[in-house]
Design a protein around this ligand. Structure first.
Ligand SMILES: [Zn+2]
Ligand SMILES: [Zn+2]
Length: 362
């Protein structure tokens, strides 16, 4: 059945996205149609609007979403009509070298390409969909491996957050850094991902979580997420952190900004032998400089965390359980509930570093 639905379309970098009527493709074999019920406004969406990432246009934005399956194509086994699902923007093939190594987040057939054509059209012209989804839309058609079932008792707005920001943040803590009870952690940059890192580090038993942002504005959110300390970033950040960690520096630092300067700050805030985990996605021309002697003698580990180093098909249901049982609290993450036409304003707020997650409810 071919159908028309509203979606948020960006015509070129720097333009103001607008709501337009899209024609969805028919649901083919191995595909499902999902009625989107909630979609989070993620920093990657903003990067596509402001040109930091250069996808193809016109583009239906949105990729952090959850909804209800309304139609399944032939041979679909992972989902049935009525299931509540989270959408996965980097579905794994389960047969490439990386998948067979148990690293589906690095799947070589699913490179997290910013824009793909999937048969959606606007006035008869093909449009691209963000990260294979284009989830700022009333409905999407996606391959079945891009949907992950979650319990129907999990509110859609929380389910949506699991699919990108929370999986990225919690996965960095649990899988990449493997924070242990009693350890200390610094978290630099308190957007949706950084606040998820704070919450997951506390849930993992970290005894001290030092949250860092550029202004005092995020202090309340950081404390609600479980931060024990809040520090406004400055030139003396690493000294401030050492002062709060017995002079040594923290066991872990999480960089959730994606800039060379904050990666260096995270490095310097960490103790000898500590772990620095880069969660923020930076640009290609921003070079990080560390001395060869410092790299050797500090005995620190510097690594990145892509999509939470997580097997999303296992971890998203686990995170859903953690939220439902109260082990992981996400309520503080949602600072605005909006509709599709409000998304451009949410991008403006995000550019100014205001709030945590805005969630579109449909
Ligand atoms: Zn995202
Ligand atoms: Zn693969």
């Amino acid at each position: 059945m071919t159908a028309y639905f509203n979606g948020l379309v960006l015509t070129e970098a720097g333009a103001r996205p607008g709501v337009a009527e899209l024609r969805l493709p028919e649901v083919g074999p191995g595909q499902v149609r999902v009625r989107v019920r909630a979609a989070g406004v993620c920093h990657s969406d903003l990067s596509m609007v402001n040109g930091t990432i250069r996808p193809s246009y016109p583009l239906v934005l949105g990729h952090e979403a959850a909804g209800e399956v309304v139609e399944v194509g032939a041979n679909v086994t992972r989902a049935a009509v009525g299931d509540h699902v989270v959408l996965n923007w980097q579905p794994a093939c389960r047969s490439c070298w990386f998948c067979e190594q148990g690293e589906p987040w690095l799947c070589s057939t699913s490179s997290g390409v910013a824009s793909l054509e999937n048969g959606v059209t606007l006035d008869g012209v093909p449009v691209h969909v963000a990260l294979g989804l284009g989830a700022f839309a009333e409905q999407v058609v996606a391959p079945e491996n891009a949907v992950i079932r979650v319990p129907s008792s999990l509110p859609f707005e929380l389910a949506a957050l699991l699919s990108c920001g929370v999986l990225t943040g919690a996965g960095a803590v649990r899988n990449t850094a493997q924070v242990r009870p009693g350890e200390s952690a610094v978290v630099i940059g308190l957007g949706g991902v950084g606040l998820s890192v704070v919450a997951a580090a506390r849930a993992a038993g970290a005894s001290q979580v030092i949250a860092v942002d550029v202004t005092e504005a995020k202090k309340g959110l950081a404390e609600a997420a479980g931060a024990t300390d809040f520090v406004v970033s400055s030139d003396t950040l690493s000294k401030d952190i050492r002062g709060r960690t017995s002079g040594r520096g923290a066991d872990h630092a999480f960089e959730c900004v994606g800039r060379a300067a904050t990666i260096r700050a995270a490095w310097r805030a960490t103790r000898r032998g500590g772990k620095v985990t880069v969660v923020g996605m930076g640009s290609n021309d921003d070079q990080v400089s560390l001395s060869a002697l410092d790299i050797f003698s500090s005995a620190r580990t510097l690594r990145s965390s892509v999509y939470g180093s997580a097997d999303f098909d296992l971890e998203i249901p686990r995170l859903a359980d953690d939220v439902l049982s109260g082990r992981l609290s996400l309520n503080h993450l949602i600072t605005d509930r909006i509709t599709l036409p409000d998304v451009p304003e949410a991008f403006d707020n995000m550019s100014r570093g205001e709030g945590a997650r805005s969630v579109v409810t449909l």
